[in-house]
Design a protein. Structure first.
Length: 177
């Protein structure tokens, strides 16, 4: 896949043949922040955090556009101590674009990027109440016919500043045979 851009067919959008998936540019940080705010499901970080993702981790993040408007993103990185892992930090889809397979498409495109060429495992932490993300990651593993291990991730006691659920770690793979 060309790292700069790729078109995908996602049904139900303005022009499903023209959904454009690409690496983020610095100016996409604000769009990612707005998508998270609009989602009401994801934990919103500062706009600065999304700008850093676009600057320092652009090779492991993707933006999905429809008619030039950001409709989804995946923010991920390769942990320095686990070079064969891609950790999905957040995946967000605009409310009106949900239920059409865009999140799954973003994950598939992510693991196909050159930055993930040597990745064997995809990991993410998911709160128990986030059933959509649980289905997303379980479905990703099922489509690839690979194990999806679920184990403790971050306990709620580790989080400060308000109520937070435990985060369960999903470890999917090995992706390469």
């Amino acid at each position: 896949m060309d790292q700069a851009s790729h078109h995908s067919c996602i049904s139900g959008l303005e022009d499903p043949e023209k959904v454009h998936i690409r690496v983020p540019r610095l100016e996409d940080g604000a769009a990612m922040w707005k998508l998270v705010k609009q989602s009401r499901l994801l934990e919103q970080n500062t706009c600065y955090a999304y700008l850093l993702l676009c600057r320092h981790f652009a090779d492991t993040c993707l933006i999905a556009e429809d008619a030039g408007r950001a409709i989804g993103f995946v923010a991920a990185y390769r942990p320095p101590v686990e070079p064969d892992v891609i950790f999905v930090w957040q995946i967000g889809v605009l409310l009106e674009a949900r239920g059409r397979g865009l999140a799954s498409t973003l994950l598939e495109h992510l693991v196909a990027t050159p930055a993930c060429a040597n990745v064997n495992y995809l990991e993410a932490t998911v709160a128990p109440s986030n059933t959509a993300s649980q289905r997303l990651f379980a479905g990703f593993a099922r489509r690839r016919s690979v194990p999806c291990a679920r184990m403790p991730g971050f306990s709620k006691e580790l989080f400060v500043g308000g109520e937070h659920e435990d985060e369960e770690l999903f470890r999917i793979g090995p992706l390469q045979s």
